[in-house]
Ligand binder design. Structure first.
Ligand code: DOR
Ligand code: ZN
Length: 354
């Protein structure tokens, strides 16, 4: 397919393989944005308190669909794929229960202290979680990995690369059949590891890490809406991520990591990490793929590689993107406050027709 001068692009309906929806009023404010563009989404479990049991995951699933209906969306057209939050105490029984529920599709590893609401995360993966990892390997459920070391002596820009050597390689040597998704990779080291490693591994890539390098955080002053974790890296890394996402390799697929925080908590002396991209995710990805001259690779990345890796059917519907000037809103309603989307106020060249 030639995509030069493309004015319209219809792809199989995409899924978001990494999403933060929150709870309560925040959930109600954002969930319809995702459901407009995506058929399914892997729902992150880092609530307060975290979603650590199947029972909690099923209850949260119910709240998501309820919130979607309240927000005017169609709960019949959106499937939340639930996850459990791995702790030092997660039992093998809990993993099997999750798998048997048919609604929980993965387990998320947050190294303790790595990011938002990760205090209950894992302190010693191979030491404390071996039985849970064995159970995951046995039932074929993926481990989703926030791949950053938390060692304060490691520079914040190096934490992912160090994680590959210190944690990812030993983990995969110990559990070679474990399905692993290296979430929101941000470095050349991460991308090359996933591209070249043996066995069942894949990675998600966010729109912000394809579109921006770390200069965006400091453009004329501190720009908190470009702050997320793992943090944006230098340009060579951005280019490596674009190469990976647009390569056609089934090991790389879409995961927005859309992570809403109230404006006041982003524009703050100690601002929260996270970019809100659910509103315009496919527009952002189309912009990045077009800039690389690879619009023809968008459908595989957004709609095929994810379900293929998770062993789920591909979607049957479609999504159409139209070349049309679109100005990202300055802010959005968010409970009793507002939410600033990534690239607020900027113009994009694509619009999803939803
Ligand atoms: O930027 C981020 N925000 N990175 C994460 O890992 C968590 C997320 C959040 O929940 O806000
Ligand atoms: Zn995330």
């Amino acid at each position: 397919m030639s995509t030069q001068n493309t004015t319209q692009l219809t792809i199989t309906r995409p899924d978001d393989w990494h999403l933060h929806l929150r709870d309560g009023a925040a959930l109600e404010a954002v969930v319809a944005d995702t459901a407009r563009q995506f058929a399914r989404a892997i729902i992150m479990p880092n609530l307060k308190p975290p979603v650590t049991t199947t029972e909690q995951a099923l209850a949260y699933r119910g709240r998501i669909l309820e919130a979607l209906a309240k927000a005017g969306g169609n709960p019949a057209a959106f499937t939340p794929l639930m996850t459990l939050y791995l702790t030092d105490n997660t039992s093998a029984e809990e993993i099997f229960r999750a798998h048997e529920s048919g609604q929980v599709y993965a387990v998320k590893l947050y190294p303790a202290g790595a990011t938002t609401n990760s205090d209950a995360g894992v302190t010693d993966l191979l030491g404390k979680c071996a039985t849970a990892l064995e159970a995951l390997e046995k039932c074929g459920m993926p481990l989703l990995v926030h791949g950053e070391v938390t060692d304060p002596s490691i520079d914040v820009f190096d934490r992912e690369a160090v994680f590959v050597d210190r944690v990812m390689k030993p983990l995969r040597r110990a559990f070679p059949a474990l399905k692993v998704v290296f979430e929101h990779i941000t470095t050349k080291e991460g991308a090359e590891y996933v591209r070249d490693a043996e066995g069942p591994i894949a990675a998600t890539i966010t729109p912000q890490h394809m579109l921006y390098n770390r200069n965006a955080i400091f453009q004329g002053g501190v720009r908190p809406h470009w702050y997320c974790l793992p943090i944006l890296k230098r340009e060579t890394h951005r280019q490596a991520l674009v190469d990976a996402a647009t390569s056609g390799s089934p090991r790389f697929f879409l995961g927005t990591d859309s992570a809403p925080h109230a404006r006041g908590l982003k524009e703050h002396a100690c601002g929260c990490a996270g970019c809100y991209t659910a509103l315009h995710a496919m527009e952002l990805y189309a912009t990045a793929f077009e800039a690389a001259g690879k619009l023809d690779k968008l459908e595989g990345f957004a709609s095929f590689h994810g379900p293929d890796f998770y062993g789920l059917p591909r979607n049957t519907g479609t999504l159409t993107l139209v070349r049309e000037a679109y100005q990202v809103p300055d802010d959005l309603p968010f409970g009793n406050t507002t939410l600033v989307p990534l690239a607020a106020g900027e113009a994009l060249a694509w619009r999803a027709r939803v």
